[in-house]
Design a protein around this ligand. Sequence first.
Ligand SMILES: [Zn+2]
Length: 301
Amino acid sequence: MKLTILGCHSATPRTNTNPTSQVLEIKNHMFLIDCGEGTQVELRRHKIKFSRIKHIFISHLHGDHYFGLVGLISTFRLLTRETELHIYAPKGLKKVITLQMKLSDSWTNYPLIFHELDSKKSELIFEDDKIEVHTVPLNHRIYTNGFLFKEKPYERKLDMKAVLKANINMAYFRKLKQGADVVNEDGELIKNETVTLDPRPTKSYAYCSDTKYSEDIIPIIKEADVLYHESTFLNKNEDLCKVTKHSTAKQAATIAKKASVKTLVLGHYSTRYNGYSLFKKEAQEVFENVLLAKDGVSFEF
Ligand SMILES: [Zn+2]
């Protein structure tokens, strides 16, 4: 699982900082998460092939999370893309994008498929044989979702020594891997756990931006390997969280701790700050394993 931060700042694009966008590479997918201004330039900078992006997840319709989208859609068209593009976003985005395409008479020559979201409950929005994506309803000034990307469980491993000893016909190996008990050549029932080993653990990534401190998300993101939680402010500006419905680094760390995640990645920093080491320091007073997102940085988990 590889996470590339294209941008991790709030509000406006500036010379050296980009608004929110990131790419999650997991099980052969390149999922684009949010698409602030400048995203397509950053994709090029990181040599991420446009054709590999087939699914885009937009958390909410504040500009710093999606103003790069219409440009990206338009560039895909100019590059004569043919493959489908799926966009998962709050209801209303389709209207915005189609109006822009209509007025410029620039309809895409590839299928553009909108999956508009309006549920306030977590829902499964994408699934294939290896992965699931669920929404994480967040509490922000407008309708907002985070996203939980989760590998599906792997098959159990055969303990070949035990399998041979138990005299099980090869025809049953598939069933064993799927967790079933089977009958051996002597007609005896063999309990699955006596001849198989636990599968390799699955990985998960929870993206939660933008949101005020909300413990409602804990059951959904519980024990995620990695949690990206916004930390727009430091402690000294905690009062701004109430008005803007954002979080401090310490609040993000509290969620990480209560949800028992393995790693917390902080981001969505307010552009009022010049350095970010204090974000880490304040978060680590609550939760040890903290990484700071930085524009252009990749993490492998
Ligand atoms: Zn926002």
